[in-house]
Design a protein around this ligand. Structure first.
Ligand code: PGA
Length: 642
């Protein structure tokens, strides 16, 4: 490794750089790969690249394609080796990694087909061992991999080296971890369609590359990224073995870096500037660790837990505790649209205007409901004008069997009532398609449309439970989604325009959205960036100046009270309404009962999160509620690492 780690990086055992966005990170990685390619071309030598698949490297490949197209970067002297391939998938299968690489990179650059190596997923079982040895031999014959690109799975895998893969493991056939299969379930339209085995380079093979670049985006990777970078080297987290490599560099976006000690507990790393948000974070985390209400923290508690400087700067635990207690108290409001005729100087939402126009964005049906169904219900109850815009139909998330059920219903209806027989041709077309396709085949356009209708029907029913006006429930069906597929979406200006025009038409006083910490290529991540771009385009407009943009939590992690700027409590009855609303998205229930019991259905998770936030507030010494939905302001979300 080159330079010594800085004070901030002292807990990190892999050299790590954190970028504001995945885009800025991949520009740097692509530029360094391009430098290598140019240098080797000038020397008349090849550059050997180790490549990865999944959502993570998609932007990197787009940048390399751009360099090829705009700056004359040639791949004619490049040899590539991919990390892995699903076992049993033919190369043309839409989910095979070979196909992925063609679509995402090879088809767009001037690489020679004979220089491309992706493990063969169809090799017969008896030949696998020899084949894998041959794969390694080919790598060695090129002189070894110059730069290996790596993503990290939530299990801690690199390539498909799942937990249990030793540091000396070589290219081989492996069984996929359940969590990995679950994460791939959407790509394959059901977890049961995800191959159980794969061929992967081993950890030992990977460590032989001259340089390693580990990339990770989005907060779903944050916990495993911390384990890999700061934890012990252990085969339950194969990525932790990267710590052994002398030339490994980790590139993270802020969301993926959030669990690293330098962001999570910056005061443990060195002197800090005690900004209001950092102070709140320190007090809440101290109270939580010590299981004490905020108002019962003593000077000694601070001193004994590495927070002496906070007390030195603020005077005493007594005044600090009261200040933070009040701040937390002021986040709680049962009036998410503002409380008319009330003093609003300490409320998260202004009282005026008494009746607000509210625009809620849901990336896919169910996302916004998971995060804020109770608040939506409340906003309607308080007579605000709520428009609920679903950005995408979510048709990719509908299992075939749901479509079969709906088609069967329509068949019966059309048999009984000849007047709907016009629809019959289409029905037959749909039935035929369903019967013909293999479960993991991509859906045709008509089938996607039909599945979209199923999700829209569920969404309408769930909005009905919340009392929303059906004419204000909108489906934007954004083109990026309709044209794309999971892990490979590509948003365009037309998507931003549709969102911007809706905002302009409604001129809302409040906007609610999610996805700030999501992986940037996910539907939530793309939706978040689209809405933010649309709002930036509206920046000078008068309605925008007064508009509050709130982020709701719809992911897996409950937010801690220090991150929350508006906490909307739900009574037991309101929580029941929320669950009723969520259950209407029945096509989204887990298709795998075993996993549902392990990790919970998404609605159970939402309920648990809302209850646990309420319990957390209670433990800090605030009022005890049944459940709490949490929000933060968009502007502050940007500086959550301060
Ligand atoms: P992802 O997968 O890039 O799709 O998140 C990473 C991996 O499994 O290595």
């Amino acid at each position: 490794m080159g330079s010594l780690p800085s004070e901030a990086e002292q807990y990190e055992r892999i050299r790590t750089t954190v970028f504001q966005s995945a885009e800025s990170a991949v520009r740097l990685v692509a530029a360094s790969i391009a430098r290598l390619m140019w240098k080797r071309a000038a020397e008349g030598r090849t550059a050997v690249l180790g490549l990865a698949t999944g959502s993570t490297p998609v932007k990197l490949y787009r940048e390399l394609i751009r360099l090829h197209r705009d700056e004359g970067l040639s791949f004619s002297n490049v040899v590539t080796f991919n990390l892995d391939e699903y076992y049993g998938l033919p190369p043309h299968h839409p989910e095979s990694y070979r196909h992925f690489m063609e679509v995402q990179l090879f088809d767009h650059v001037d690489i020679s087909p004979e220089n491309i190596h992706v493990p063969d997923g169809l090799i017969s079982r008896s030949e696998v061992f020899g084949y894998c040895q041959e794969y390694e031999r080919k790598i060695l014959a090129t002189g070894g991999i110059d730069v290996q690109i790596l993503g990290i799975g939530r299990t801690g895998h690199i390539g498909f080296n799942e937990p249990g893969s030793g540091v000396d493991s070589r290219t081989r056939m492996v069984a996929l971890d359940r969590l990995t299969r679950r994460d791939a379930a959407r790509d394959f339209r059901g977890e049961e369609n995800v191959p159980a085995y794969a061929i992967t380079m081993g950890v030992g093979t990977i460590l032989e590359a001259k340089e390693l670049a580990l990339l990770a985006w989005g907060e779903s990777k944050a916990a495993i990224v911390r384990e890999a970078i700061e934890g012990p080297q252990i085969d339950t987290v194969p990525a932790s073995f990267l710590q052994r490599h002398p030339n490994c560099q980790c590139y993270l976006d802020e969301a993926a870096a959030r669990e690293l000690t330098r962001f999570r507990f910056p005061w443990k790393v060195g002197p800090v500037d005690w900004t209001p948000s950092l102070t709140r974070k320190a007090v809440v985390s101290l109270a939580s660790d010590l299981h004490k209400p905020v108002l019962r923290l003593r000077d000694e508690d601070y001193a004994e837990n590495g927070l002496a400087t906070l007390i030195l700067e603020t005077g005493s635990a007594y005044s600090l505790n009261i200040r933070i207690f009040n701040e937390l108290q002021h986040t709680i409001t049962g009036w998410p649209g503002g409380k008319p005729n009330a003093d609003d100087s300490n409320r998260p939402v202004p009282a005026v205007p008494g009746q607000k126009r509210v625009l809620v964005f849901g990336p896919e049906p169910l996302d916004a409901e998971l995060g804020m169904a109770g608040t939506l219900h409340r906003l309607r109850g308080h007579q605000h004008e709520v428009t609920f815009a679903y950005l995408t139909s979510g048709n990719l998330g509908v299992p075939d069997n749901e479509a079969r059920m709906a088609i069967s219903l329509l068949h019966e209806l059309s048999a009984d009532r000849p007047m709907v027989s016009q629809g019959k041709d289409r029905l037959e077309l749909l039935s035929d398609e369903l019967e013909k396709k293999a479960a993991f085949d991509e859906d045709s356009r008509v089938l996607r449309q039909f599945k979209g209708l199923i999700r829209k029907a569920e969404a309408r029913a769930s909005c009905q439970v919340l009392g929303l006006d059906p004419s204000k429930v909108l489906f934007l069906d954004l083109p990026f989604y309709e044209k794309g597929r999971y892990r490979q979406f590509n948003a365009a200006d037309e998507d931003v325009t549709a969102v911007r025009e809706l905002c302009r038409r409604i001129q809302p006083h409040q906007i609610y959205l999610t996805g700030s910490g999501a992986e940037p290529g996910s539907v939530s991540g793309i939706s978040f960036r689209l809405v933010v771009s649309a709002l930036e385009e509206c920046a000078g407009e008068s309605w925008m100046k007064a508009c509050q943009v709130w982020l709701y939590a719809s992911g897996e992690r409950p937010w801690s009270p220090h991150e929350i700027e508006m906490a909307v409590p739900l009574s037991p009855a309101e929580l029941a309404v929320k669950l009723d609303c969520l259950y209407h998205h029945r096509s989204q229930r887990s298709q795998t009962p075993f996993l549902a019991t392990q990790s919970g259905e998404s609605w159970q998770q939402a309920e648990n999160n809302n209850r646990s936030t309420a319990q957390h507030y209670d433990r800090l010494g605030l009022a005890e509620y049944e459940a709490i939905e949490s929000f933060r302001c968009h502007k502050d979300a940007e500086s959550r690492f301060s």
